[in-house]
Design a protein around this ligand. Structure first.
Ligand code: HEC
Ligand code: HEC
Ligand code: HEC
Ligand code: HEC
Ligand code: HEC
Ligand code: HEC
Ligand code: HEC
Length: 389
């Protein structure tokens, strides 16, 4: 059975590959007859986290010369603060002393001079290290990266806002660690470092290699727009520079949500890698929204319909009402329907007229995350079924 399936999928794959190849040929011959707007551009099409070798970022201080408002607001957003150095971490400065105990091990994170020291002791031996990086803005929690014996470690304990202090890092066994070194944390493999810094910072990964020396903490302009040097110099010279930088507005709704934002926010196949399709998948918004009857290629249900990636997250339910009624009202026509017709794209609610998300995007969470995530599977929520798949 398995073998038959395998050979089927292989031939299906090779068929798909040859179709794709034919398509690519067709596209490239088209492209040669009508030049692409990006012909002289450093970025044909940009996908976050796939930074080719040699790509050079100029940094947002250059963008700030002309796009100051976006640079300022992004720096105050969750994505802008997705990683900070231990020295600069606002969360660590606001929490100068934290402790935790499990079995014989005592933990302490204490601010000393201009950094925080992460200390773990079994009463006899002690490891004490400065915190290199603080990962996560700390809305739910924050995990620490430490340097030890020539490697990078993920801290065994993390700060959780709801707890108001430390608890086990998600993914770590909630049992007493077997040794002091294990109690310190988990040594990250190269692959884990690539992914962790690829999702939480900008410029650290180039051509699949780690360059922490080139890293800018947090998600910055060029993580989403690609290298901006040529665009900035053309604009400075008073020339049109808009074709020299990638604008994700050119993507279709589904491509934006399921490829572009999903390069970090994760999709279906990554969710199914989880041991069980359990409540953890609620953190994967592209995967969750894909399950909803609301979801389609329509731009009105893509990530940017509800979220401006340059702004802090809007936490007011009323902010989202107009996004829902863009489809769920007599105004919400199908794009292909002529404007004189009144057939709405989707039905209206018999129960509520405002704060739609409060009922239809319930907040749920795995207990060890100490945080309730917003379930992007928009639906008539059944209280007996907290996280349907
Ligand atoms: C010297 C001024 C200047 C600098 C520096 C600059 N830009 Fe721009 N940018 C502009 C102008 C002018 C436009 C076109 C008008 C607009 O959309 O605001 C533009 C447009 C854009 C667009 C939209 C392009 C499109 O196709 O619609 C993006 C994205 C962008 N800039 C990103 C950046 C990033 C990222 C940086 C830093 C790496 C940067 N810019 C630096 C002036 C500048
Ligand atoms: C390079 C990786 C990356 C990409 C690409 C990315 N994000 Fe994020 N995003 C993150 C990370 C990491 C966080 C978590 C930040 C934190 O809470 O520390 C986040 C958080 C957010 C938040 C919540 C902010 C908050 O304060 O809770 C929103 C909303 C969001 N992203 C929207 C988007 C949208 C929309 C896109 C696509 C246009 C996108 N993201 C693309 C990495 C990314
Ligand atoms: C595939 C991309 C990806 C990878 C890899 C990744 N993260 Fe995240 N992380 C996110 C996104 C997106 C969020 C926001 C949504 C959520 O909370 O799940 C997030 C949230 C977090 C938060 C909670 C932040 C808050 O809002 O309070 C912490 C802490 C965190 N990540 C730590 C880490 C650490 C440490 C690593 C690596 C060892 C890592 N992450 C690897 C994408 C990623
Ligand atoms: C998380 C991804 C992400 C980050 C980080 C990001 N952008 Fe954007 N940007 C987008 C998306 C998506 C669009 C298209 C929005 C749309 O579809 O309307 C966009 C559009 C733009 C535009 C076109 C005008 C507009 O408002 O639509 C400019 C200019 C721009 N970005 C500049 C910047 C600058 C400057 C930074 C850094 C401060 C930045 N962006 C950071 C995702 C991002
Ligand atoms: C129809 C509106 C809508 C769409 C589309 C949407 N979101 Fe959200 N999102 C929300 C609401 C509402 C919240 C919760 C705001 C709050 O109360 O803090 C939220 C919160 C978030 C958060 C913060 C973490 C959490 O669980 O609260 C992240 C990250 C996020 N969205 C990412 C995305 C991404 C990525 C996409 C595209 C796949 C997306 N969203 C599409 C409405 C939307
Ligand atoms: C792009 C258009 C679009 C947007 C935006 C949209 N929806 Fe929908 N929604 C639909 C469509 C289409 C259906 C399916 C209607 C049907 O089955 O006849 C649907 C179905 C629903 C259902 C019924 C689901 C079920 O399981 O039976 C609810 C509840 C709902 N939407 C609420 C919302 C809320 C709340 C928002 C905003 C957060 C929203 N929708 C945004 C298009 C949209
Ligand atoms: C107080 C909670 C609550 C609020 C607020 C609320 N809804 Fe509902 N909604 C419900 C419930 C419960 C149902 C199922 C009722 C039923 O079976 O008739 C429902 C049903 C729906 C349906 C399915 C209708 C159908 O005929 O299939 C849609 C679509 C919907 N809501 C959209 C919205 C939108 C859009 C908003 C905001 C303008 C909203 N809801 C506000 C609780 C709410």
């Amino acid at each position: 059975m398995a073998l038959a399936n395998h050979s089927f999928s292989t031939s299906a794959l090779s068929l798909a590959v040859s179709i794709l190849y034919a398509l690519l040929l067709a596209i490239s011959s088209l492209a040669s007859s009508s030049p692409s707007p990006y012909q002289n551009s450093p970025v044909q099409k940009w996908m976050p986290r796939r930074v080719p070798a040699g790509a050079e970022f100029v940094g947002d201080q250059v963008c700030a010369e002309c796009h100051r408002n976006k640079v300022t607001s992004l720096a105050q957003s969750g994505m802008g603060m997705a990683l900070e150095t231990g020295a600069e971490s606002r969360v660590l400065i606001a929490n100068p002393t934290m402790t935790f105990k499990t079995g014989p091990y005592s933990y302490e994170i204490r601010r000393k001079d201009s950094n925080s020291l992460y200390t773990v002791t079994d009463g006899r031996e002690t490891i004490s290290l400065p915190i290199l990086y603080a990962v996560g803005q700390g809305k739910a929690g924050q995990t620490y990266i430490l340097q030890y014996e020539g490697g990078l470690y993920e801290s065994h304990v993390s700060l959780y806002k709801e707890v108001g202090g430390l608890d086990f890092t998600i993914g770590m066994a909630r049992t007493i660690p077997p040794s002091l070194k294990a109690a310190l944390g988990k040594r990250l493999s190269d692959n884990e470092i690539l992914n962790c810094f690829g999702c939480h910072s900008t410029g650290a990964i180039n051509g699949g290699l780690i360059h922490l020396d080139r890293m800018t903490p947090g998600i910055r302009c060029e993580a989403c727009h690609g290298p901006g040097g040529q665009h900035a110099s053309a604009s400075k010279a008073g020339q049109p520079g808009d074709k020299l930088i990638f604008n994700p507005r050119r993507l279709g709704g589904d491509e934006l949500s399921q490829d572009f934002c999903a390069s970090c926010h994760r999709v279906n196949n990554e969710a199914s890698l989880l041991k069980s399709k359990d409540v953890d998948s609620v953190r994967f918004q592209p995967y969750r929204i894909f399950q909803s009857k609301c979801y389609s290629d329509d731009r009105r249900i893509s990530c940017t319909a509800c979220h401006d990636p340059h702004e802090p997250l809007d936490r007011n339910a009323a902010h989202y009402d107009s996004k829902c009624t863009a489809c769920h009202s007599s105004r919400g026509r199908r794009p292909e329907v002529k404007s004189t017709e009144t057939q709405p794209l989707a039905p209206t609610c018999r129960v509520g007229t405002k704060d739609c998300v409060a009922c239809h995007m319930p907040k749920i969470g795995p207990p060890e995350a100490h945080f309730k995530f917003t379930d992007h599977y928009i639906r008539i929520a059944n209280p007996k079924e907290t996280h349907p798949q």
